[in-house]
Design a protein around this ligand. Structure first.
Ligand SMILES: Cc1cc2nc3c(=O)[nH]c(=O)nc-3n(C[C@H](O)[C@H](O)[C@H](O)COP(=O)(O)OP(=O)(O)OC[C@H]3O[C@@H](n4cnc5c(N)ncnc54)[C@H](O)[C@@H]3O)c2cc1C
Ligand code: SF4
Length: 436
């Protein structure tokens, strides 16, 4: 029989039970979502983080989820079976917020994994390599993130200023390679200190930031931009941040040489000889701020030098009403083809040399299949580009020749990593297999 005591208990403990049940259901739902993300990453073979990333000690982890909550990137860390996991390793960018948030000190931050080593160049606290006069700043040195890159670019230039021979002779004081956050900050510092410098950038201002997906939330921390003042952002978007840097570029009238790629650096009499695709420079010092994405891999076919061939998608809208070929089989190729196919009047062909999109996420493969079925994308597996002309592209598809009308080509064939370039200059590089 229900007594007044039972009723009191129910009034006291009922709400607590309901809250606990709600919490348990939410936890189970989050666990299912984390498992789905992890399975998709494993299936697509996307299991190796790009750079600095967390390793979780399961014996210490109590599954509180503080790490996943603290991580600014959605769905990179998740809780499965009461323990934290790096569920989407390729999207980890080394924010390190997880380590700080963990109450059990269960997280270590490391470079590389047992399977895939990560090459880290030797750099002194002055940001100078073992080659005197050759400096490295930003993500190439192993330490990613916008704020770190800016600060390192600034500090590296403070050290370049102290070298013998700066400001003397007819050669440049420094060539800065790259105009991502590190190279941009270094260039502003060089301008502030009236150094004689040239900055060469193979693409455009912003480096990796310019490649973020549209509208991406960017988490950073306030940092001093040399000669400009404090960059106060903590939370912003890709567009706002790039807009701010472009405004700084305009206001300061700093000269940055875009579409100029450094191809070779050799030691000269009193410094370095830097050869680019456009020029040769003599300089006392060189700052490499080239990040880790490398140089886009090219097709190596006749006609590729035309401006209609690009190596990344910036804005799908610009392809409205045009015949577009996307080359590649990874997520960036599939996502580029899908977003262009969404624009009115486009004819999109996706070409890949293998017989399956084995390195792309399942959700992208499914979307491409659906778009192919709906006639929005033509997919040519086992195909290769042979020649590009002004209004056509000649291809080989399953052994047959094929010509397509063409206005634009987007090549998403990955990048050539910078390690051989560094070794050729004589910079010592250590391969890390999951160590700090
Ligand atoms: C998807 C994604 C999201 C991210 N989100 C954040 C975030 O929210 N907050 C954060 O702090 N960090 C974030 N990061 C990390 C951050 O973008 C990088 O750590 C930072 O851009 C590194 O700056 P950098 O100047 O060292 O290199 P990069 O930004 O990579 O710039 C290097 C530049 O060098 C140029 N270059 C390379 N080789 C040559 C050559 N041979 N000749 C001429 N130019 C050359 C490249 O074209 C490029 O412009 C993110 C990274 C990714 C991939
Ligand atoms: S914050 Fe630490 S203890 Fe909590 S889930 Fe993450 S790794 Fe485990």
């Amino acid at each position: 029989m229900l007594t007044a005591a039972h009723l009191k208990l129910a009034i006291y403990f009922g709400p607590m039970l309901l809250i606990w049940l709600g919490y348990a259901r939410l936890r189970a739902k989050r666990q299912r979502e984390s498992q789905a993300v992890q399975e998709a990453a494993v299936k697509a073979g996307l299991t190796e983080p790009a750079s600095l990333h967390p390793v979780i000690n399961p014996n210490r982890c109590i599954g509180c989820g503080s790490c996943a909550h603290a991580c600014p990137e959605a769905n990179v860390l998740g809780i499965i079976g009461g323990k934290a996991y790096l569920i989407d390793p390729t999207h980890c960018i080394g924010h390190s917020a997880c380590k700080v948030a963990c109450p059990m000190d269960a997280i270590s931050l490391v470079f590389g994994t047992e399977k895939r080593g990560l090459d880290i160049p030797h750099i002194s606290p002055r940001f100078e390599t073992n080659v005197p006069g050759l400096f490295i700043a930003g993500e190439l040195g192993g330490m990613g993130l916008i704020r770190n890159a800016i600060e390192q670019g600034r500090q590296a230039m403070e050290n370049v200023r102290t070298l013998d021979g700066i400001g003397k002779g007819s050669q440049l004081d420094v060539v800065i390679v790259g105009a991502g956050p590190a190279g941009f900050a270094a260039s502003l510092a060089a301008m502030q200190h009236k150094l004689r410098f040239v900055t060469v950038e193979q693409e455009s201002l912003g480096g990796t930031v310019a490649h973020y997906p549209r509208g991406k939330l960017v988490m950073t921390a306030p940092v001093q931009l040399p000669g400009v003042g404090k960059m106060k952002f903590t939370e912003t978007t890709k567009e706002e941040l790039l807009g701010f840097w472009e405004a700084v570029e305009k206001r300061t009238q700093i000269k940055l040489n875009y579409h100029e790629r450094t191809e070779e650096i050799t030691r000269g009499d009193q410094g370095f000889v830097v050869k680019t695709n456009r020029n040769t420079y003599q300089a006392r010092a060189v700052l490499l701020a080239i990040g880790r994405r490398g140089t886009p891999r090219k097709l190596g076919v006749p006609g590729e030098e035309q401006t209609k061939v690009v190596y990344r998608l910036i804005d799908a809208e610009q392809y409205r009403g045009r015949h577009v070929l996307v080359v590649g089989g990874g997520d960036s190729a599939l996502e580029a083809a899908l977003s262009i196919a969404d624009e009115p009047g486009t004819t999109v062909t996706l070409s890949y040399r293998s017989e399956a999109f084995s390195r792309a996420k399942e959700k992208n493969r499914v979307k491409v299949q659906a778009a192919q079925k709906a006639g929005r994308i033509q997919v040519l597996m086992k195909s290769n580009v042979k020649q590009i002309t002004a209004d056509q592209v000649d291809m080989e598809h399953e052994g047959q020749s094929l010509s397509l009308p063409n206005d634009d080509i987007i090549v998403c064939a990955g990048g050539i990593l910078p390690t051989p370039f560094l070794k050729k200059i004589g910079i010592e590089v250590e391969t890390k297999y999951g160590t700090a």
